[in-house]
Design a protein around this ligand. Structure first.
Ligand code: MN
Length: 484
């Protein structure tokens, strides 16, 4: 019967305003989740994931059950993120460790990981990183495009290539750990692994025996190195029930690398001493394996399953484990760390800045097009002209002959006919007379008509005075001659 003892610590760090890390510690299930996403998104994602993980694992506390539980956690975060725009794009890492029976009924530790939170194994005084980060930089290292040293300071080192809640499906890396009494497993968020080197972690795990105190010491060390992110550490100790008969020394063939194997169907046999260790990361063995039933018949997949965590060295010894881990990352300054967080959000939200930029660009484009359309529309329609249609003077809105797709629109068919304006204007009218407003156009027509009427009056003027205006006559006024 395996007996585990655990301890944990978490801290907001020295830069962040809130702690979006979340950890779970029970008798047989342990987890660290590092949420990401604006506003409360990160906290919500981490909580959704851990709750769903626990619920699903309880219904199937097995090796394959842990994998399904992580998938269920992904579904929970994804579904929740689809329910509100504020939560859209949230995601979380999840590293989970569970005590489960293997196919022979023997207790083993199952480890599952998505994202860049990590699991380390401390055994025989040395530390090995078990998980492979799902970050852009780490994937480049696995493809030989970057060295570990380059990756440690690479600007893309925090961009996740996998996280929970980003898509409806997720690929989960799963391992089985056959542990010895005295081994310790550390689960931690990147707030610890970015600040404290693997040597520093080994030093604490070697010297601080109480798991709670060890977790606290690790968190304190991360804060001493800057604390630029939320820091979480869960330490799980195998107190009893490990491989009692396992040789005590590495020379005898039991080392950290051998203790770790992928939980895959064909991988039934216990690790054998001296067996060559594949150097593919879990990413090298992803094809289709997620769907392979763990309890299915073995055979046929051994090559693909012979996979070890990327940083587990083939012939690790306690003395050089320290050098095999990732180089100590430069202590990230607050500004650098904030940038990297943004990059993670970018990844988590399917590139938020990219989306915002595209949205802004499209908005700008729409604005320019709308403004252009508006200007053309204004130019095409902010004009009136008077012309002749049949016998009548008519007023059109628009440009004579039209402009692009804007045809002039008849707005007033005046009662004035061509015979009611002076003929000298007719050629102008037939050529269209433009005015800047409808009122001006109407005034123009009125003036033409008035001019015509006036002319009519003038034409009649010579006869009118003689007939209608009486000649000035001086009435005979009787005069009175004063007597003289
Ligand atoms: Mn973090």
């Amino acid at each position: 019967m395996t007996v585990l003892r655990s301890g944990s610590a978490t801290d907001v760090g020295r830069v962040r305003g809130s702690n979006q890390d979340l950890h779970l510690v029970t008798d047989d299930l342990f987890a660290v989740a590092d949420g990401m996403g604006g506003h409360a998104g990160g906290e919500v994602a981490a909580r959704d994931a851990v709750e769903a993980l626990q619920r699903a694992f309880r219904s199937d506390p097995s090796l394959e059950g842990l994998r399904h539980a992580v998938a269920a956690a992904n579904t929970a975060v994804w579904n929740h993120s689809q329910q509100s725009s504020e939560l859209r794009g949230m995601g979380t890492t999840l590293t989970a460790l569970a005590l489960v029976p293997d196919e022979n009924g023997q207790d083993v530790l199952a480890l599952a990981n998505v994202g860049d939170s990590r699991a380390y194994l401390y055994t025989d005084g040395g530390v090995t990183q078990l998980t492979a980060d799902h970050s852009l930089a780490e994937e480049k290292v696995r493809h030989g495009e970057l060295t570990e040293a380059e990756a440690a300071v690479h600007p893309h080192r925090h961009i996740l290539t996998r996280a929970l809640g980003i898509s409806p499906d997720v690929e989960v890396d799963v391992w089985t750990l056959r542990l010895r009494t005295g081994d310790r497993v550390l689960l931690c968020s990147d707030g610890l692994s970015n600040e404290v080197s693997i040597e520093g972690i080994a030093q604490v795990l070697a010297s601080v025996h109480d798991p709670n105190e060890a977790a606290q010491a690790l968190v304190a060390a991360a804060n001493e190195h800057g604390g630029s992110d939320n820091i979480t550490a869960v330490v799980v100790d195998v107190m009893a029930g490990g491989l009692e008969d396992a040789p005590a020394t590495v020379a005898a063939g039991y080392d950290a690398a051998e203790a770790v194997e992928m939980a895959r169907p064909a991988r039934r046999r216990p690790p054998s001493p001296g067996e060559p260790v594949g150097d593919d990361g879990p990413s090298g063995s992803r094809l289709g394996e997620g769907a392979a039933p763990l309890s299915g018949g073995g055979g046929g997949t051994a090559t693909a399953l012979d996979v070890r965590p990327a940083t587990a060295p083939p012939d690790v010894s306690p003395a050089d484990i320290g050098q095999e881990g990732p180089p100590p990352p430069a202590v990230a300054g607050p500004a650098g760390e904030r940038l990297s967080r943004r990059q993670r959000r970018r990844r988590a939200g399917i590139a938020p800045w990219f989306t915002v930029r595209v949205a802004l660009f499209l908005l700008l484009l729409v604005g320019v097009v709308a403004a252009g359309y508006g200007f053309i529309h204004w130019y095409a329609t902010d004009n009136w002209f008077v012309t002749v249609d049949g016998d009548h003077l008519v007023i059109y809105q628009g440009r004579p002959g039209g402009l692009l797709w804007f045809d002039p629109k008849l707005v007033d068919r005046t009662p004035v006919t061509t015979s009611e304006v002076l003929s000298i204007h007719l050629s102008d009218l037939h050529a269209d007379v433009e005015e800047t407003s409808l009122r001006a156009a109407k005034a123009y027509v009125d003036n033409l008509h008035q001019e015509y009427l006036d002319q009519q009056q003038v034409n009649q003027a010579p006869t009118v005075p003689s007939t209608t205006v009486p000649a000035t006559t001086v009435p005979a006024v009787p005069t009175t001659v004063p007597p003289g």
